[in-house]
Design a protein around this ligand. Sequence first.
Ligand code: GLV
Length: 324
Amino acid sequence: MKVFITRNIPPIGIDLLKPHFEVELHASSETLPGEALKRKLKDADAVLCLLTDAITPAVMDAAPKLKVISNHAVGVDNVDVAYATRRGIAVTNTPGVLTDATADFTWTLLLALARNVAAGDAVVRNGRFHGWDPLFLLGADLAGKTLGIVGAGRIGTAVAERSAGWKMKILYFDRAPNPHLENTFHARRVSFPVLLKEADFVTIHLPLSAETTHLLGEPEFALMKPTAYLVNTARGAIIDEAALVRALREGKIAGAALDVYEREPALAEGLAERNNVLLAPHIASATVATRNKMAEIAARNIIHVLHGETPVSIVNPEVLNRVK
Ligand code: GLV
């Protein structure tokens, strides 16, 4: 059977697949354009793809033998899962292994934003540091402030757990109650508007779907405190980026730190010109160990599905008894 890997990934994933299948790697750090991807998948039984690959119905239709789409990510918004399910194609992902790295990076951004780390680095680097100044680059304290977690799944929970050192109040918005957060961290489940009104720091940890696209736009920024900070390490399109630029320009919120963008890698007009934003290049899960584990699980998911076994993590388990 044939496996196509759309781009360079940590070698551990490729090495796991090789003894089992004929493996073709697009040995590049560039995303394959859709037409080239379709040609590569013509006789593939499995594809190991990245969040930068759009796995559309047209791509799947060009792959008549495809049995598994193994996404090297936890988010699967780049895959048309409903269509894959209709076609009986398993869609797998890599949850769990990137929870800590992503939660750590959320705090990296939150702290760096609140304390002007990037601006300070630029000042020193450019020879504009003229000595200690009692009024220079004053940021915000965290202790006793309110942290608003939008999406209290694995990553949102890990972010909340890390707030203990700052003795923050925790509010969360989620479809389901999270008893662990409520019992151990005294977190309060609230409506989305209440979270926006009360939180000093709002951090997003939801998957991207039709329901969550532009969850934060102009009306939501209007609810937030002018002193509040927004952090997004989930998916860019959860925020209406043009509305965010306006909110930052008009002082509706104090600042934002983003790891993800609506039209990655493009930025909304005016975003990079704002000095109250911190911009990271989608690296929340980028640690050596985490990326190795993601590659390993993505490979194992393929091995298991093609061997008729239960994969480590599947998004559409209903297809499993149909994959043979
Ligand atoms: C990264 O963004 C992921 O979804 O794994």
